[in-house]
Write a new protein. Structure first.
Length: 372
């Protein structure tokens, strides 16, 4: 058999191939499992050693030549096809790229950061405590003993009795006020004589309630000041300064009303003046002005003597004030939301609308320039 002639014929056929389909058909015909050149390779097994030595190199050379020619033809045709595609298709590089989906900063997280920023300017530290709390820290130390009717004010999630610790029932904390007790006790341990305390305690709290303005889990921030010579004037100034900085308005007007909380005495409810603008309540101005009203905003008061004692301080030497407000409520008022339940639904559309881009988080323009 004339292997050189077979090679020349195969190479000529490869050179005449016009497209990738024709090149692939030739590869199968010549080098496939049943191809003609593959058949020649199979005959080597039946040859004598002398014939195999003489013909083997020629058959292998034939296969290598055809294989190389097919590869080069394929590369050339693919390159030509790409060039033709590039010549007919264009990309406008001036068009903006598709925006990738990004997460957002939740309004509650944003408000938490704003609160920490404001109160840091006022000299307050941020304190935290456990969300699974014991009955003593959550109620008893805050002047709410087991028989106290004020316990009916809280719809509490209790854990089974077998989870009790040292005789204390365990529960999901109903407010962040237990952090006040823990902070005072820690301060007394650090300094037996006690020490001035200025803290805020933001965090999650739990109550069995659910509607448009209540959820089983929500967020509170409580403030506590323990020092000598503290009076209601310090509390009013702190709240006014805080609210003016948070809402970024200088016309915030507060009204203090007598109230009752077991852990403060005297206790006061704080109302803020508002006006109706475009159908929404906007804080600012006196609630007694025409077209205005008063909105209940938070509870506060002077720390009860029994609470100061439970925290390890001498109430004849130390006084203080405390206040608490819902973080979710502050977010709703500042950023125009009307249903608290949406905060926890995890709806991406709501988060994209009310959330804040990590690159465009609002900052407080004024801040607080004066310390109490």
């Amino acid at each position: 058999m004339d292997y050189a002639a077979t090679r020349d014929e195969a190479l000529a056929r490869v050179a005449d191939a016009q497209d990738l389909g024709a090149v692939e058909a030739l590869r199968v015909e010549l080098l496939g499992k049943s191809g003609s050149i593959s058949g020649l390779l199979k005959t080597l097994g039946g040859m004598s050693p002398e014939e195999r030595q003489a013909l083997g190199p020629q058959i292998h050379a034939l296969r290598e030549s055809v294989s190389q020619a097919l590869g080069e033809a394929k590369d050339q045709l693919e390159s030509a096809a790409l060039q033709a595609q590039l010549a007919h298709e264009t990309v406008d590089l001036s068009l903006p790229a598709c925006e990738a989906l990004r997460g957002t900063v939740h309004p509650v997280s944003q408000v938490m950061d704003e609160l920490a920023e404001i109160f840091a300017d006022l000299g307050f530290a941020v304190a935290t405590g456990p969300e699974i709390e014991d009955d003593w820290h959550n109620f008893t130390a805050l002047n709410i003993p087991e028989s106290h009717p004020a316990r009916a004010m809280h719809d509490t999630f209790y854990f089974p009795d077998q989870m009790a610790q040292v005789g204390q029932k365990m529960l999901l904390r109903t407010h962040t006020s237990p952090v006040q007790i823990r902070t005072m006790l820690d301060a007394v341990k650090t300094n037996p004589g006690g020490a001035p305390i200025r803290i805020i305690a933001p965090g999650r709290v739990y109550r069995s309630d659910s509607d448009a303005t209540h959820t089983p889990m929500f967020h509170q921030v409580e403030g506590l000041v323990i020092d000598k010579g503290i009076h209601l004037g310090h509390l009013k100034w702190t709240l006014e300064t805080f609210l003016k900085a948070f809402f970024e308005r200088e016309d915030i007007v507060l009204r203090l009303r007598p109230s009752y909380f077991p852990f403060t005495e005297p206790s006061i409810e704080v109302d803020a003046g508002f006006a109706i603008i475009n159908g929404k309540r906007v804080l600012g101005g006196s609630g007694d002005a025409p077209g205005h009203g008063w909105m209940e905003l938070l509870g506060s008061g002077m720390v009860n003597r029994k609470v100061i004692e439970a925290g390890g301080f001498d109430p004849d030497e130390w006084q203080g004030f405390a206040f608490g407000v819902g973080v979710d409520r502050l977010a709703m008022l500042k950023y125009g939301m009307d249903d608290l339940r949406a905060f926890f639904d995890g709806d991406v559309r709501w988060l994209q609308h009310y959330g804040f881009s990590a690159h465009d988080v609002p900052t407080l323009s004024g801040g607080v320039g004066v310390r109490p």
